[in-house]
Design a protein around this ligand. Structure first.
Ligand code: DC
Length: 234
């Protein structure tokens, strides 16, 4: 058996189940999992808490630039349960960064060039040893252009909005489906059209459209892709 520890990049639109798959995959392979969306969310929360972002999304870039290197982002990952907890300067912020207020602002922060440069640097440091599954928007294109396996996940906006709606209402958040659908489509637009590292499929990425797939079917398919990537690396 070939045991080379792969670098696996999973990119795609928001709310299409990237992190669920990435976590499951990391657990199955015994790899490290990194949720890069959580990193941009944590920076956004930092901005919100420190008055660096206005209601209309305008960011005080000069102040954020001064602070960016001292914004500590770390994770506690439990491989047994595949639960991943995000910390901002040592404080657990896992639930807070998933709230709709943060979701509505995160694209304004993640499009800033020096924010991206800092996050990419942290991500590349985390992945230097291989044996990692990282999910995001620019992992296969910018962070690890030489990843052993690149997966681009997608699903229709309605399917994605429904999943996010179910998730948030299950947590007791008062949201409407239309509000979520609008957030999903707006984020798609900003993510694809921003100047720095827009969301795009890497030329050598394998596309997984899960609109009509069960989670199990999807996971089977991805495990097959992992085996193929291992073969190719043998
Ligand atoms: O995956 P997510 O929905 O938690 O990501 C939150 C936001 O962060 C999303 O609007 C896009 C942005 N993001 C990014 O620009 N680059 C990444 N590598 C990951 C996320």
């Amino acid at each position: 058996m070939n045991d080379k520890k792969l670098t696996i990049a999973i990119d795609g639109f928001s709310s299409c189940g990237k992190s669920t798959v990435a976590k499951e995959l990391a657990r199955k392979l015994g790899y490290v999992y990194v949720d890069t969306g959580a990193m941009y969310r944590a920076v956004t929360l930092y901005c919100m808490r420190n008055g660096l972002i206005a209601d209309d999304g305008t960011v005080d870039e000069a102040a954020l630039r001064r602070d960016i290197e001292k914004i500590g982002i770390s994770f506690i990952y439990d491989p047994q349960t595949s639960k991943n907890t995000t910390l901002l300067n040592g404080e657990v912020v896992e639930d807070e960064i998933r709230r709709i207020e943060v979701s509505n602002k995160v694209s304004y922060v993640s499009r800033i060039d020096f924010v991206r440069a800092q996050m990419v640097k942290l991500q590349q440091d985390m992945g230097r040893q291989g044996g990692i599954v990282m999910d995001g928007r620019d992992i296969g294109t910018v962070v690890f252009p030489n990843a052993d396996l690149k997966i681009f996940m997608t699903a229709s906006p309605e399917v994605r909005a429904q999943r996010r709606f179910d998730e948030l209402t299950a947590k007791g958040e008062k949201v409407t489906f239309d509000e979520i659908l609008e957030n999903v489509t707006q984020r798609d637009y900003i993510d694809q059209h921003r100047e720095v590292s827009p969301l795009r499929q890497a030329d050598d990425a394998r596309v997984v459209d899960n609109s009509q797939m069960t989670r199990d079917e999807q996971f089977e398919l991805i495990l097959k892709m992992v085996d193929e990537a291992k073969e190719a690396n043998a």
